[in-house]
Design a protein around this ligand. Structure first.
Ligand code: GDP
Ligand code: PGA
Ligand code: MN
Length: 611
C-alpha cells in the first residue's frame, strides 16, 4: 500500500459556496495539496497507510482487532480545552456568563494570523459530512477542512461523510432549497518547512476552539483531540446546534438515547444527560442484570430533540460512531462496547499497546505482563504508572453495535418517555429522584453538579455546576438556555413530555467505595423509572423530589447490604442545606437572565427542607 493520497486539481463539486470557501481557506493556509474526501474504503486504506508511514498509527493485530489502529497523542493534547474554547457572538451578552468570549472580528484577525500558511507542507482534506440522517427533512450539513489525516479517519467513523453528502447538498441546491451547511475549519497548527520531518502527533501549544454562533461557523486551531478537532461532534452538534435549536424551538442536548423493553414487551425510550466521563456510553449500551429486560442503544453522547406532531418529544442521535472512554471498559462493565470494538475498524488513542499487537487499558481483563504505555515507554503492572491516559478513547462505528435499535436509522427518531440528569457526586445526591414536574426537572438540570473528570484539561474531582451536563457546550447565554427549557414545558402538553429524573451512580460510603455497583445494575433504576411513569412503583415524597419507597426498587439478587442501599438512597437534609448557598451563588451569576421559576423552585426547596 502506498502512502499517497489522491489529490485533485479539479474539485469534485460545482457548488459555488463550498468552492469559494475551500479556495479561501486554501489561499490562507497554503496546503501543498487538497484532497476531497469520498468516504470510500480505498480512501480509508490510503489514509491509514499514510498515518502508519508518519508513525501516527500502529496497525493492530488483525486477529484481535481487524482494520484497527493505535495512536498516541502528544502528551499535552489529550482532552478538551475549555479555557481555550470561545463563543464569539456579536454581542458579549449572548455568550455569557458561562462561556469565554471575544469579539468575532477580533478573534478572526487573531486566528487568520495563526492560520496564515499553517498547512504548508501538508495535505488539506475537505470532508463533506452530515450530522443526523442524509434523508432528514432538513439535513444538517457541514464541511470540515482539516490538515490532519487522523481527524479525517476519525470523522469517517463518527459522522456520515463523503461523496453522497456532497451530491445531496448539490441536489438540494439545484432544487432551489439552498441547504444550510456549517463551515468548520481545523488545523493542527504545525506547518512543515521543505525537508522538515513530521512528528507522530502534530499540534500547537496555542489552541483555540471557536464557535461563531450567528454565522454558524467553527474555527479550531492547535489540537488533534476528538472534542477539539472532530468538529461535527461537540462544536457543531452541541454548541452551534444549541443556537439553531434556540432559534427554531428544539433542543440539542448532551444525552444518550436508549430503548428499554420490559419482560411484558412494553417499550420505552430514555435520554440521559451526564457530564463527560460520567457514564453516558456505558448506560447507552447497558446489559441489564434483571431478568427479561433488554436495552438497545440509539445514541451515546448527543440527542437532538423536537416536539412531534403528536406533542411528544422525539430524539435522534446525529452521530455515526462511539467515541468512548477506554479505561474501565471491560467484559463485565460494558460487554456490548467490547463486542463492538472487537469487530475492528476502530481507532484507539492514548491506550497501551501489547507486544502481540493488541490494545490494553486499566480495567480491561488479561493484564499483560508488559506493554508500551500511551507515552511510548515500556510498562509493566509494577510500573506504578498508568499504562493509558485516563481520557484515552476508542472510536468505533455505531453500526457494529449488535444491540443498536432499528430506530437508529429512522430520521424521525424516537419519542422520549424519561429524561435522566446525573453526575458524579460522592455525597448528597441520591441514587434516583423523580422531579415533581417539568419546571422542577428543569431546576434539577440547571443545578446539576458533578466532580470534574479527565475529559477536560484541568483539575479532576472538583465539584462544579454543570447545567444539563452542557456547561462546556451551551452555545449561547445559559440564562436564555434555561428559559428555553422552561419554555418547552410551558408551550407543550405536560402529559406528553418526558418525566424528569436525577440519578447518581457515584455516591460513596465512609470507606470511600461506591455504594452502588453501577453498570448493568443500573437497569434496576431504569426499571423503577419506567414503573413510576406507568404508575406502578411506589415513591416517598422528600424535599428534593420523589425517591423509591422501601421495597419499590427491585434488588432481587443484588449484592449490596441494606445499609449500603439505604445510604445510596438517603436524602440527608443537612447535606442539602449545605447545597443551598452554592445553588444561590450559581443562580446569581445569571442576574436577570435567570427565569424567575428557577428562583421559585429554589425557594420551594428551602421551604421544604425547613418544614
Ligand atoms: P461518558 O463520557 O459520559 O460517555 O462516560 P462513560 O460511559 O465512557 O464512562 C466514563 C467512566 O465512568 C468510565 O471509566 C466508566 O467505567 C465509568 N462508569 C460508567 N458507568 C458507571 C457506573 O455505573 N458506575 C461506576 N462506578 N462507574 C461508571
Ligand atoms: P464524552 O465526550 O466524554 O462526553 O464522551 C467526548 C469529548 O469530550 O470529546
Ligand atoms: Mn461517551
Amino acid at each position: 500500500m502506498t502512502a499517497t493520497i489522491d489529490t485533485q486539481t479539479t474539485p469534485p463539486t460545482t457548488h459555488a459556496g463550498i468552492l469559494a470557501w475551500v479556495t479561501e481557506v486554501a489561499e490562507l493556509t497554503q496546503p501543498d495539496a487538497i484532497h476531497w474526501c469520498t468516504g470510500s474504503d480505498e480512501e480509508w486504506a490510503q489514509l491509514t497507510a499514510s498515518l502508519e508511514a508518519t508513525g501516527t498509527f500502529t496497525r493492530l493485530n488483525a486477529d484481535r482487532m481487524p482494520n484497527s489502529f493505535h495512536a498516541a497523542s502528544d502528551p499535552t493534547d489529550v482532552a478538551r480545552v475549555e479555557d481555550r474554547t470561545y463563543i464569539c457572538s456579536v454581542d458579549e451578552r449572548d455568550a455569557g456568563p458561562t462561556n469565554n468570549w471575544m469579539d468575532p472580528e477580533q478573534m478572526k484577525d487573531l486566528m487568520r494570523g495563526l492560520y496564515a500558511g499553517c498547512m504548508r507542507g501538508r495535505t488539506m482534506y475537505v470532508i463533506p459530512f452530515v450530522m443526523g440522517h442524509l434523508d432528514a427533512e432538513h439535513p444538517m450539513f457541514g464541511i470540515e477542512v482539516t490538515d490532519s489525516a487522523y481527524v479525517t479517519v476519525s470523522m469517517r467513523v463518527m459522522a456520515r461523510m463523503g461523496t453522497d453528502v456532497l451530491r445531496r447538498i448539490e441536489e438540494l441546491e439545484t432544487a432551489g432549497e439552498s441547504p444550510q451547511w456549517v463551515p468548520a475549519l481545523h488545523s493542527v497548527g504545525m506547518p512543515l518547512e521543505p525537508g522538515q520531518a513530521d512528528v507522530a502527533w502534530p499540534c500547537n501549544d496555542t489552541k483555540y476552539i471557536v464557535q461563531f454562533p450567528e454565522e454558524r461557523m467553527i474555527w479550531s486551531f492547535g489540537s488533534g483531540y476528538g472534542g477539539n478537532a472532530l468538529l461535527g461532534k461537540k462544536c457543531y452538534a452541541l454548541r452551534i446546534a444549541s443556537v439553531m435549536a434556540r432559534d427554531e424551538g428544539w433542543l440539542a442536548e448532551h444525552m444518550l438515547i436508549l430503548k428499554l423493553t420490559s419482560p411484558q414487551g412494553v417499550t420505552k425510550y430514555v435520554a440521559a444527560a451526564f457530564p463527560s466521563a460520567c457514564g453516558k456510553t456505558n448506560l447507552a449500551m447497558l446489559k441489564p442484570t434483571i431478568p427479561g429486560w433488554t436495552v438497545e442503544a440509539i445514541g451515546d453522547d448527543i440527542a437532538w430533540m423536537r416536539i412531534g406532531e403528536d406533542g411528544r418529544l422525539w430524539a435522534v442521535n446525529p452521530e455515526f460512531g462511539f467515541f468512548g472512554v477506554a479505561p474501565g471498559t471491560n467484559e463485565h462493565t460494558n460487554p456490548h462496547a467490547m463486542e463492538t470494538i472487537r469487530k475492528g475498524n476502530s481507532v484507539f488513542t492514548n491506550v497501551a499497546l501489547t507486544p502481540d499487537g493488541d490494545v490494553w487499558w486499566e480495567g480491561l481483563e488479561n493484564t499483560p505482563a508488559e506493554a508500551t504505555s500511551w507515552k511510548g515507554e515500556p510498562w509493566t503492572p509494577d510500573s506504578g504508572e498508568l499504562s493509558s491516559h485516563a481520557n484515552s478513547r476508542y472510536c468505533t462505528p455505531i453500526k457494529q453495535c449488535s444491540i443498536l435499535a432499528d430506530e437508529y436509522d429512522d430520521p424521525r427518531g424516537v419519542p422520549i418517555d424519561a429524561i435522566l440528569f446525573g453526575g458524579r457526586r460522592k455525597t448528597t445526591i441520591p441514587l434516583v429522584t423523580e422531579a415533581r414536574d417539568w419546571n422542577h426537572g428543569t431546576f434539577m438540570g440547571a443545578t446539576l453538579s458533578s466532580e470534574t473528570t479527565a475529559a477536560a484539561v484541568g483539575a479532576v474531582g472538583v465539584v462544579r455546576r454543570d447545567p444539563m451536563a452542557m456547561l462546556p457546550f451551551i452555545g449561547y447565554n445559559a440564562g436564555d438556555y434555561f428559559g428555553h427549557w422552561v419554555g418547552i414545558g410551558k408551550d407543550n402538553d405536560a402529559a406528553k413530555l418526558p418525566k424528569i429524573f436525577y440519578v447518581n451512580w457515584f455516591r460513596r460510603g465512609d470507606d470511600g467505595d461506591f455504594l452502588w455497583p453501577g453498570f448493568g445494575e443500573n437497569s434496576r433504576v431504569l426499571k423503577w423509572v419506567i414503573e413510576r411513569i406507568d404508575g406502578q412503583a411506589a415513591a416517598v415524597e422528600t424535599p428534593i423530589g420523589h425517591v423509591p419507597a422501601p421495597g419499590s426498587l427491585d434488588i432481587d439478587g443484588l449484592d449490596v447490604t441494606e445499609e449500603q442501599l439505604a445510604q445510596a438512597l438517603a436524602v440527608d437534609a443537612d447535606e442539602w442545606r449545605a447545597e443551598l448557598p452554592q445553588i444561590q451563588e450559581w443562580f446569581e451569576k445569571f442576574g436577570d437572565d435567570l427565569p424567575a421559576v428557577l428562583w421559585s423552585e429554589l425557594d420551594t426547596l428551602k421551604a421544604r427542607l425547613d418544614a
